[in-house]
Design a protein around this ligand. Structure first.
Ligand code: GTP
Ligand code: MG
Length: 193
């Protein structure tokens, strides 16, 4: 997709702040620091529109990016960051549940995993949770640049097996560093708009 406009719209902490223009939304999900914000930047070819960080826990709110006045990417805070307090973790869970379970314009969720490692327990839980709520899941196995070419297939297959991916789910090998998988990711995103 040719991105002619990408606008940061709002950092939302509650439903009242979500945009109400009825544009479709594609949300990101994944472990803290896995590369969710980087994924958005790579797709829209903007270096740091979605704020990234080498430190986990950078994204704390639901961040809305309007693309070509056509749809939103919604960047969400990552899970599994050990240093988060119990209270904050509960706040996060409430916000996410409300969003994933009640947002009518949400069309699909991009679940970002790290290709270098087996999906974590949290990744598996997230995948199951999304499937349970009948949300289409697009798994993106990122940081592809960090493993040797010869190991890719094995790592992808392990992820497919551990997540117990269903036939209709797509897994896209991806790298924000090299842009590999970008066209395929766009293709899949577009199919949900
Ligand atoms: P939170 O907002 O904390 O949940 O993190 P996030 O999932 O948004 O991760 P972010 O995009 O901020 O990236 C975290 C770190 O991983 C940064 O240092 C990125 O530069 C790096 N990174 C992200 N994607 C890739 C990739 O494909 N390859 C490599 N080598 N590094 C990446
Ligand atoms: Mg982020």
């Amino acid at each position: 997709m040719k991105v002619s406009r990408a606008d940061f719209v709002i950092s939302a902490v509650s439903e009242k702040q979500y945009p109400n223009d009825q544009l479709p939304e594609i949300a990101l999900a994944g472990r803290s620091n896995v590369g969710k914000s980087s994924f958005i930047n790579t797709l829209i070819q903007r270096k740091n529109l979605a704020r990234t960080s080498a430190k986990p826990g950078k994204t704390q709110t639901l961040n809305y990016y309007r693309i070509n006045e056509q749809f939103y990417f919604v960047d969400v805070p990552g899970y599994g960051y050990a240093k988060v307090s119990k209270q904050d973790r509960q706040k996060w869970a409430n916000m996410m549940e409300n969003y994933f379970e009640h947002r009518e314009v949400l069309k699909a969720v991009l679940l970002i995993i790290d290709i270098r490692h087996d999906p974590t327990q949290n990744d598996i839980q997230m995948y199951d949770y999304l499937k349970y709520h009948q949300l289409p899941v697009i798994v993106v196995a990122t940081k592809l640049d960090k493993i040797a070419k010869g190991k890719r297939t094995k790592h992808l297959q392990r992820a497919i097996n551990l997540l117990e991916l269903e036939k209709e789910d797509v897994m896209i090998p991806f790298s924000s560093q090299t842009g590999e998988g970008k066209n395929e990711a766009w293709q899949v995103v577009k199919s949900f708009l």
